[in-house]
Design a protein around this ligand. Structure first.
Ligand code: NAD
Length: 375
């Protein structure tokens, strides 16, 4: 069984799908691993590091693709790469199955099996395979550092001979994995933190990190959908949320926002009026830029200034921590892939409780319910 890792082609990408530590494990499972030369360079792994643990290094991308039984990727490879995979090959990576389903269409004709890591169940058993959580934790941490760097004030309270500086006030919108890590990091830096989410269950987690939980009266409506994810809420709840955020924003120095509903456009929670009401020099870090952003003024991938407020919407913060992000992602992939390896051979069993739900397409058919009839 041939496992292949290519150099990522996306401009801002520095992560690699497998680090040497994982290659060693896979070689121990009797798999052959081939790495495109330079694939790990930006994540701290040299060709020699991979060779030392039993991988083969190649510069011939076309041959690597043609021979791959399993292609492990960070981002979805280009269409030309997808079209170079052989029939029966397995592709695993961030494939955006719900946001860009049509891009998976070429895999149907080629009978490639695709397992987007976004579809791996968020179950207790699959926790060690949860690539979304791995990346989210790093993104939440980095977002706070970014905010701290751009804010013209400090986070902690500081008592000096010239007087006392009050702590910065941070509002974290969306208390999923990103938001909770942002709350924990901002608290560690000494900020006073408030957290907001439509899932009532998030309240306990927010409070346990020493932050205040902001709640809207949802009139008995539950925002908790399948798998613990949020579902879309009514326009009335959205309006109440926007009002609460606008009111809180007036006294907030920094907003870190990552509210999301899987497969939907990001909920619009910060209006232009809310931005106008913020103090000059305030910072908004919008981590939902890839799906449109939580702030009305967000320009995905850009940093802008509006009404004296800096609004940043970085699209790939995990790549700025490529060493740790690759380590975690590589471990997630290796644990997931080991569910498909038996005696060194590839065995795709869709009755497996993790492998089955994570399958987008297989043997020329769309397998995931959200893709059936769509591609
Ligand atoms: P996500 O990235 O899909 O969304 C981020 C947050 O935005 C969520 O907390 C969501 O409730 C919130 N949100 C959505 N619409 C909103 C709105 N209109 N206003 C305010 N907030 C809004 O979430 P995630 O980080 O991937 O986590 C989703 C869920 O999965 C959480 O309940 C999390 O605790 C759970 N989870 C479970 C496991 C596990 O058991 N293995 C692992 C990771 C996450």
């Amino acid at each position: 069984m041939q496992i292949t890792v290519l150099k990522e082609t996306q401009a801002d990408e520095a992560r690699v799908a497998l680090v040497p530590e994982s290659v060693k494990k896979l070689v121990g499972m009797k798999a052959a691993v081939s790495i495109e030369s330079g694939a790990g360079a930006a994540a701290g792994a040299s060709d020699a590091d991979y060779e030392a643990v039993g991988a083969t290094i190649s510069r011939d991308r076309a041959t690597l693709l043609a021979n791959a039984d399993v292609l492990l990727a960070v981002n979805r490879p280009d269409e030309s790469d997808l079209n170079a995979l052989k029939s029966g090959a397995v592709l695993i990576g961030f494939l955006k199955p719900l946001d860009e389903p049509q891009a998976l269409k070429p895999l149907l004709a080629r009978h490639v099996s695709a397992f987007p890591v976004e579809l791996i169940p968020r179950s207790t058993r699959a926790q060690a395979m949860d690539a979304l959580s791995s990346m989210a934790a790093l993104v939440g941490y980095k977002a706070v550092l970014l905010a701290a760097e751009h804010l013209p004030r400090i986070f902690p309270m500081m008592t000096t001979a010239a007087g006392t500086i009050p702590p910065a006030k941070v509002l974290v919108i969306g208390a999923g994995v990103v938001g909770l890590q942002a709350i924990a990091t901002a608290r560690r830096l000494g900020a006073v933190v408030e957290g907001f989410d439509v899932r009532a269950a998030a309240g306990e987690a927010v409070r346990s990190l020493g932050a205040k939980f902001l709640e809207v009266d949802m009139g008995g409506e539950s925002a908790e959908g399948a798998g613990g994810y949020a579902k879309e809420v009514t326009e009335e709840t959205m309006n109440k949320s926007r009002e609460l955020i606008a009111k809180t924003a007036k006294a907030t120095d920094c907003i870190i926002t990552s509210a999301a509903v899987p497969g939907r456009a990001a909920p619009l929670l910060i209006t232009e009026d809310a931005v106008k009401a913020m103090k000059p020099g305030s910072v908004i870090i919008d981590l939902s830029g890839a799906t449109g952003g939580n702030c009305a003024l967000t320009k995905p991938g850009e940093t802008i200034e509006a009404h004296g407020v800096t609004i940043m919407a970085p699209l790939n913060l995990a790549a700025t921590l490529a060493v740790n992000a690759s380590q975690l992602y590589s471990r997630n992939l290796t644990t997931f892939l080991s569910e498909m390896i038996q005696d060194g051979a590839l065995k795709v069993d869709l009755t497996n409780d993790v492998v089955g739900p994570a399958c987008a397409v297989h043997a020329g058919e769309a397998k995931h319910p959200r893709l059936q009839g769509v591609i």
